[in-house]
Ligand binder design. Structure first.
Ligand code: PA5
Length: 439
């Protein structure tokens, strides 16, 4: 179960008719980006037979490999990493299949270290790219494929799985040519909304988590939203953040008190950043993990420029128990005996409550999204909650929440600077600009 608390009150300055209209537009599927609404139906993009197939494929990979490398960037890895890290123990058992990530940067040192690990470990690779041409993923996959073929020879084909577009794109062609198993990211699902397709589900299943529960609960959240309509908290969250935006708020900070939710925050940042940050509009999505970041960003949150709203993401019940030990009075030098017998979760909870009140006093409006527990069921609900809210929020903002035209600008420059065919003129102009800057 997910509960939303409006810590500093629900703000809604958006006319009811406007909210109704945006909600209906999404449901009628006739708004901007309406060819990318496949994510709205978790039970259609992840039907039971596909889930069974993915679970079987994951079992096969788990038998073959101690490390499974997930190569992808942006929407092609963040959802999987978010769920896997949220559900994984902080220090997994040695005999657990380990998930490693590649293709999400161009760091030579990171790639070198990964290849060294793969030299001494049995591994498999899941390469994920809808377009098949994303430089970070394609470059790292070249290296991984070459390593795999060197290490396993003809058996490499059993150790590489592709997830890509159904027919377009280089990766699909490569999969067919080499005979790699291949799963499809449906045409009508964009990268950042793809966590409940094979893009997220295969890596999550390989990590040993219950993808059926994830999908079923996402579908249950959809059912709830359809039943409650604009009264649902997902819609209210979209209205609240747009109201604050219209009143001058510039940043939304998603703050968790659980370090293992770090990648949920990263996934959320991409979802909202790429969906809304266009046409010089949108709340800048930022993230912090408390209490760690109370010792770095806490000062700014309390007293810095008043630009932000804060959304806390909390977990009501931990899975495990760990209490503060009592010390003999003469050893109570840290004066912490008053906490003896109390669980860390309770202390963390008071830290959250204290932080929320302090930031309220500092003039930061806040809300809390609370998960009953950190499990696949609650995460499935949370993912769908944020996706649906993001779509409505983008429509309220007046942008197409399903495209990302701005991402192309850096790519063009990079291709031009690297000398890619077709970018020669731009390359000359950019190099001149760089020379002038350095002169
Ligand atoms: O959300 C998106 O669409 C992007 O973040 C993409 O997922 C990302 O750019 C990777 O693209 P591709 O899957 O084509 O390699």
């Amino acid at each position: 179960m997910i509960t939303l608390h409006w810590n500093t009150g629900y703000r809604n300055g958006i006319p009811e008719t406007e909210v109704e209209e945006r909600f209906r537009t999404l449901l009628r599927r006739d708004g901007a980006g309406n060819d990318f609404l496949g994510w709205m139906d978790p039970e259609s993009i992840a039907p039971e037979d596909l889930i069974s197939e993915i679970v079987a494929e994951a079992e096969r990979l788990r038998r073959l490999a101690k490390v499974v490398v997930v190569a992808g960037i942006g929407g092609s890895y963040l959802g999987a990493r978010a769920v896997i890290e949220a559900l994984s123990p902080a220090y997994p058992a040695e005999d657990q299949v380990r998930i490693a990530y590649a293709g999400n940067s161009l760091s030579e040192d990171d790639m070198h270290d990964l290849l060294e690990l793969l030299d001494r470990t049995d591994y498999a690779v899941i390469v994920i790219s809808k377009s098949g041409t994303t430089t970070e993923t394609a470059v790292s996959f070249r290296l991984l494929q070459a390593h795999c073929e060197r290490k396993y020879g003809a058996q490499a084909v059993e150790r590489i799985v592709c997830i890509t577009d159904k027919e377009k794109g280089a990766l699909k062609k490569l999969a067919v040519r080499k005979g790699y198993p291949c799963y499809i990211l449906p045409d009508d699902v964009g990268g950042r909304y793809s966590v409940l397709t094979p893009v997220g589900l295969l890596p999550i299943a390989v990590a040993g988590f219950d993808i059926r529960a994830l999908v079923h609960e996402a579908a249950a959240m959809k059912g709830e939203i359809l039943k409650q309509g604009v009264a649902h908290d997902a819609v209210r969250y979209a209205c609240h953040r747009n109201t604050l935006y219209r009143q001058g708020t510039a940043i939304e900070v998603l703050a968790s008190f659980e370090p293992r939710l770090h990648y949920i925050i990263e996934w959320w940042k991409q979802l909202y950043g790429e969906s809304e940050g266009k046409e010089q509009k949108g709340l800048f999505p930022a993230g912090v993990v408390y209490t760690t970041d109370l010792h770095s960003m806490g000062q700014f949150m309390q007293e810095g420029s008043r630009l932000m709203m804060e959304s806390f993401l909390t977990v009501a019940s931990p899975q495990n128990s760990c209490a503060v030990p009592m010390l003999p009075e003469e050893e109570n030098l840290d004066q912490l005996n008053y906490l003896a017998g109390r669980r860390l979760h309770e202390i963390n909870r008071q830290a959250y409550l204290g932080t929320a009140l302090a930031h309220e006093d500092g003039g930061v409006p806040s809300l809390t999204i609370e998960l009953e527990r950190l499990d696949a069921e609650n995460l499935g609900r949370l993912l769908y909650f944020f996706e649906f809210a993001c779509a409505i929020s983008g429509y309220l903002l007046g942008v197409n929440p399903f495209d990302q035209p701005g991402v192309e600008a850096y790519k063009r420059n990079m291709f031009a600077l690297l000398g890619k065919k077709g970018y020669e003129q731009e390359g000359v102009a950019l190099r001149e600009r760089l020379e002038q800057k350095n002169a």
